[in-house]
Write a protein that binds this ligand. Structure first.
Ligand code: NAD
Ligand code: MG
Length: 394
């Protein structure tokens, strides 16, 4: 008898990771079945996905688009639900084995907690929920036999490299970083960069928020905190290394001096597939590595002067508590302000740091305390924006 199909929901199915996940599921064939999906506003694409994959349920989190989506699917058996609460329903649905979390930002947290509580396999791209509430998500997953598998390429690489040794033999984890579009830029050039400059990533093609995070290196700061929670690391065991080609996705150094790395061309379909097939490996759609072509891999230390966000990642990994929620929420608010042309690129880290400085962290917070820290940090950023001297604004 063939093993039962793995039934999957994708939260954030219309985004970059969501669409790459669909292509991986298609290529995996009949052992894997997409049963439901959720998205925020892109109702047309969500309706196309519902038809193509004969989905049982779809959720549109912005209720403004409920009518349009219902009309588009009126002749199908797909159940249409509207409102963000229903993402939680998809995450704990007994129809589902694997929850792919491809929503951007803090909005994913309730569904992540629900999936962990329901003992699902979480294939999690959404680093923001781990940064803000890794202290709740990971113990909840352990208590309920849920498996948390990273899609983030660096963390997938670490997960793969960790399989080469025992947990107590790990000395440190080295997270690689392309350096983003401003790797060679001066502080002045970064300060003058506009949205198009920040969105011009040299190696990865991703959604807008993570692309901006990659330009400020806030993405790496978030990934330091993400790694701390996912792998239960001491923050002193984490290092960051600039590697512009994005071929080595991260490395693990063991106590005997052996360093294990995971290499592949920069293509998210590979880490997505590894999370779906874990612990097995399958042939897949991601391109193969050709080192004869690449010939050279380069490395350099990160520059904390031009990229102050990095420091914040280490600081928050050490502080723990509600500091993660503040880092994430202040950054989300500041990225929004940058997208709206209200602040310059370098002010994203500045405003985030300002919030962190003012915040009194609560150790071992519960969910209401984390949500309050999130709201507080967003308000702080908005208030700081109002009080910025006019010349400091764009
Ligand atoms: P994206 O902007 O392309 O897609 C975001 C998805 O989230 C969309 O489907 C959108 O409908 C949904 N969404 C947006 N706001 C929402 C809300 N308030 N409630 C519910 N759903 C909402 O983003 P992306 O690049 O696919 O990134 C998704 C997540 O994966 C992020 O957390 C990002 O950090 C992480 N990630 C992405 C990549 C990548 O290559 N794109 C790599 C590593 C990690
Ligand atoms: Mg990453």
């Amino acid at each position: 008898m063939s093993p039962p199909k793995k039934r999957i929901t994708i939260l954030g199915s219309t985004g970059s990771i969501g669409q790459s996940s669909l292509s991986v599921i298609e290529s995996l064939g009949e052992d894997y079945q997409l049963v439901s999906a959720g998205a925020h506003r892109q109702w047309r694409l969500l309706a196309d996905q519902a038809r193509r994959y004969h989905l049982q349920k779809v959720v549109i989190t912005d209720p403004k688009y409920e009518k349009k989506l219902k009309n588009a699917l009126v002749d199908t058996d797909t159940e249409v639900l509207a409102g963000s609460d229903h993402l939680v329903d998809l995450a704990r649905d007994e129809l589902v084995d694997i929850v792919v979390v491809a929503v951007v930002g803090a909005a994913a947290l309730p569904a992540v907690l629900a999936a962990a509580q329901a003992g699902k396999t979480l294939a999690i791209a959404n680093k923001e929920s781990l940064v803000m509430a890794g202290c709740l998500v990971m113990p909840l997953a352990r208590q309920n036999d849920a498996t948390v598998l990273p899609i983030d390429s660096e963390h997938s690489a670490i997960l793969q490299a960790l399989r080469a040794g025992r947990r107590h033999e790990v000395k440190k984890v080295i997270i690689t970083c392309s350096g983003g579009p401003f790797l060679e830029a001066s502080s002045d050039q970064i300060a003058r960069a506009n949205l198009a400059d920040a969105l011009n990533h040299p190696t990865w093609n991703m959604g807008p928020k993570i692309t901006i995070d990659s330009a400020t290196l806030m993405n790496k700061a978030l990934e330091i905190v993400e790694a701390r929670w996912l792998f239960d690391l001491d923050p002193d065991q984490i290092e960051v290394l600039i590697h512009p080609e994005s071929i080595i996705h991260s490395l693990v150094e063991f106590c005997d001096g052996s360093v294990l790395a995971q290499l592949s061309p920069p293509d998210m379909r590979l880490p997505i597939q590894f999370a779906l097939t874990y612990p097995d490996r399958r042939e897949g759609p991601a391109p193969l590595l050709d080192l004869h072509q690449i010939r050279q891999l380069n490395f350099q230390p990160p520059d904390p002067e031009r990229f102050p966000a990095l420091r914040l990642g280490f600081e928050v990994a050490r502080r723990g508590g509600t500091a993660g929620a503040v880092l994430n929420a202040a950054n989300e608010a500041a990225v929004g302000a940058f997208q709206e042309g209200k602040i310059s690129c370098n002010q994203i880290a500045e405003l985030t740091e300002l919030s962190l400085r003012k915040h009194n962290s609560i150790e071992n917070p519960d969910l209401p305390q984390i949500m309050e820290a999130d709201r507080w940090a967003r308000r702080e950023v908005i208030d700081s924006l109002k009080s910025l001297p006019h010349s400091a604004k764009l």
